[in-house]
Write a protein that binds this ligand. Structure first.
Ligand SMILES: [Zn+2]
Ligand SMILES: [Zn+2]
Length: 209
């Protein structure tokens, strides 16, 4: 697993701190002291104002796995590592790319031992899972990966044309032959659909959050 890109130091002993999902905060690697994470609401900016920010993008070091093709970012000054998706060692050196700076990070909510436990229980119930996959569960070969996602709100206008069907009940007289061979009539009803051309522009609704 690669080292975190944003490193915090322990207030008590100065050792590096690592994010601990169980504590929803940082835990000192050395003296186990913990520090709560400052959780702040993320400002959602209109695209134009976001683009004018000086720090809208940032330079990161990215490496593409020659095994599975996944792109992964590495912390600054780190040049080697293994792919978090297929565990292959990176061969090509990382290259600098500009990418959109994340507006926020959702912290991991499941601690590593719990994730291994849950995976072991799940893979154990898969009869046809390859043995290699089951062995990876035993080894606890897990890497935490942040998956980038974007949220967009948009005001959009759309138009439609089509057919609108309206159901109505139609009464009719049915002729039939009774058990004595006589012709009889009876009243029946059925549902028929009348079709009309329809077109318009749906009224905009406020974006759901
Ligand atoms: Zn410490
Ligand atoms: Zn890979």
């Amino acid at each position: 697993m690669s080292a975190p890109a944003y490193q915090a130091s322990c207030d008590s002993c100065g050792a590096p701190m690592t994010y601990d999902p169980a504590a929803v905060g940082l835990a000192c690697d050395h003296c186990k002291a913990t520090k709560a994470l400052a959780v702040t609401a993320v400002d959602l900016l209109p695209y134009d104002s976001w683009k004018q920010q000086d720090d809208a993008t940032e330079e990161v070091f990215q490496v593409t796995c020659e095994g599975c093709g996944a792109s992964t970012t590495l912390p600054p000054r780190v040049t080697t590592g293994t792919c978090p998706f297929c565990a292959r060692t990176f061969v090509a050196p990382p290259s600098a790319v500009q990418r959109i700076r994340p507006g926020g990070v959702l912290p991991m909510s499941v601690a590593h031992p719990k994730a291994v436990e849950a995976y072991k229980a799940w893979i154990g119930s898969r009869w046809f899972a390859p043995n290699d996959l089951k062995a990876s569960a035993v080894a606890g070969a897990f890497a935490a990966v942040h998956v980038p996602s974007w949220r967009f709100d948009a005001h959009a206008t759309t138009q439609y044309t089509g057919q609108r069907g309206e159901d109505r009940t139609e009464h009719y007289t049915e002729t039939y032959t009774d058990s004595d061979g006589n012709t009889q009539t009876r009243q029946e009803s059925r549902t028929v659909t009348d079709w009309y051309s329809a077109s318009g522009s749906p009224r905009p609704t406020s974006p759901s959050s």
